[in-house]
Design a protein around this ligand. Structure first.
Ligand code: SF4
Ligand code: SF4
Length: 359
C-alpha cells in the first residue's frame, strides 16, 4: 500500500504566523497526533541556520507544531547536533546561543533547545542496523533515547547529495560526530589544477588541518581529510571538487542507513515534515545571506514515511522547476535517486505515495 503524503500550499509571503497555522492544519489533518504519547520525550529536529544564513525555516513557523505536541502532553525539545565544520553550530554551547538568538528557545517557542549529542558532539549510542555499508551506526545519544521524533526539514539542494530534506535531516543531522565522519568518509575532495587562486579560504576553514598552500595552489592531505565538505562550500572558484559519481552515491547510501538507525525503535512514533519554502540550491549550512531560490515556494508536505515524504517533495520541486533537481542545482553529476532507492532497499520506507491535499 502506498504511503500517504499530506500537502498544504504555503509561501514565505503568507507570513510566519500563517505558515505556522498551515503546518498545524497539516499535523491535524494527517492525524499525526497518533505518533506522540503523553510524557514522551519528543525530539523536534530542526536546522537553525548558520550565522549569516537567512533562508532557513524560522522559529515562529514551528509554533503551531510545538503547540500540538504540548497539547498531547509530550515533553518536546528543539534539537540539532554539532557540525563537523567550524562555525556557530560546531558545539552545543555556541549552537544553543545561536538557536536562542533565533527564537528556538523557551522564550521563543515555549520549549528548550537541547543538544542530543552532548557538549562536543560525542555523546552517542551505537545502533545495530541491517545495512549494506554498515551493520551499526553512531547516533546522537538522546535522539536514540527519546520516545518520538518530529522531523522538520527545510527542502534545499545539496552540494554533495543533490537533495537535502528528511533523509539528510535524519541521517546526517541526528548522528554523532563519529557517525557524521563515517558518512563523510566517502568524500575525498581534490583541488583542481588551474582553478585555485590561492585565496586561502579553504585553508582557514578546514577543521582537520588537511589543507596546505604552496606557491601555486591549495593541496588536500587525503589522510587528514575528514570529508566534511567545508572546503567545497567556501571555495568561490569551484576549485575543490569530488568524484561525484562514486562518492555522492556512497554518501547518500550511508545517510539512508543512518536514517534507518534513527527511526529504529520509533516505528509509528515519528512524523516527517518537509518545508518547501525559500528553496535554495545549497543547504542551510552555507554561511551566506540572501541565497537565491531555485524554484518558487510550494508549501509543506508531511508523512509518517521518511522516504515517501522526500520523494513527493522532489517530484513537486522538479515539476514546479520544469527541470530535474540536478539541473536546478546546476550539478548534473549528482543524482538524488541513490538516497531514495537505497532507503527503499533497506526497508526505511516506500517511494510510492498517495497524495492528500489539505486546504
Ligand atoms: S578556497 Fe578555492 S581558490 Fe581559495 S585556496 Fe582554497 S581551493 Fe584555492
Ligand atoms: S580538506 Fe575539505 S573536506 Fe577535508 S577536512 Fe578539510 S575542509 Fe573538510
Amino acid at each position: 500500500m502506498a504511503a500517504k503524503v499530506y500537502f498544504i500550499k504555503a509561501s514565505i509571503g503568507d507570513g510566519e504566523r500563517t505558515i505556522s497555522e498551515k503546518a498545524r492544519r497539516l499535523f491535524q489533518a494527517g492525524g499525526f497526533k497518533k505518533c506522540f504519547q503523553k510524557n514522551d520525550f519528543t525530539a523536534v529536529k530542526v536546522h537553525v541556520g548558520e550565522q549569516v544564513n537567512n533562508t532557513y525555516i524560522k522559529a515562529p513557523c514551528l509554533q503551531g507544531l510545538v503547540e500540538e505536541l504540548l497539547k498531547l502532553q509530550t515533553k518536546p525539545f528543539i534539537t540539532d547536533t554539532s557540525t563537523l565544520y567550524t562555525g556557530r553550530r560546531h558545539n552545543a554551547i555556541d549552537h544553543t546561543v545561536l538557536a536562542t538568538e533565533r527564537g528556538f528557545s523557551v522564550a521563543g517557542l515555549g520549549i528548550p533547545f537541547l543538544a542530543p549529542d552532548g557538549l562536543f558532539g560525542t555523546a552517542e549510542t551505537a545502533v545495530p542496523i541491517e545495512g549494506e555499508l554498515q551493520q551499526e551506526v553512531s547516533l546522537a545519544a538522546d535522539i536514540v533515547r527519546c520516545q518520538s521524533i518530529l522531523s522538520v526539514a527545510h527542502f534545499t539542494g545539496h552540494v554533495a547529495t543533490c537533495a537535502g530534506a528528511t533523509l539528510k535531516t535524519l541521517g546526517m543531522g541526528c548522528s554523532s560526530r563519529k557517525g557524521k565522519m563515517r558518512q563523510h568518509s566517502a568524500l575525498k575532495p581534490q583541488v583542481k589544477k588551474g582553478k585555485c587562486t590561492r585565496c586561502g579560504e579553504c585553508y582557514r576553514h578546514c577543521p582537520a588541518g588537511a589543507i596546505t598552500l604552496d606557491q601555486l595552489q591549495a593541496h588536500i592531505d587525503q589522510d587528514k581529510c575528514i570529508g566534511c565538505a567545508e572546503c567545497v562550500a567556501v571555495c568561490r572558484f569551484d576549485a575543490v571538487q569530488y568524484d561525484w559519481k562514486q562518492e555522492s552515491e556512497i554518501l547518500q547510501k550511508s545517510i539512508a542507513e543512518h536514517a534507518l538507525g534513527v527511526v529504529k525503535g520509533k516505528e509509528g512514533r515519528a512524523a516527517f515534515f518537509n518545508f518547501l519554502l525559500s528553496m535554495t540550491k545549497d543547504c542551510d549550512c552555507f554561511d551566506k545571506a540572501d541565497m537565491p531560490t531555485m524554484v518558487p515556494d510550494i508549501g509543506i508536505v508531511a508523512s509518517t514515511d521518511p522516504v515517501a515524504v522526500d520523494k513527493a517533495a522532489i517530484d513537486m520541486v522538479e515539476t514546479r522547476g520544469g527541470r530535474g533537481l540536478p539541473e536546478l542545482i546546476e550539478n548534473t553529476m549528482l543524482d538524488w535517486r541513490h538516497q531514495i532507492e537505497h532507503a527503499v532497499k533497506i526497508g526505511l520506507g516506500r517511494a510510492d505515495y498517495e497524495w492528500v491535499e489539505v486546504s
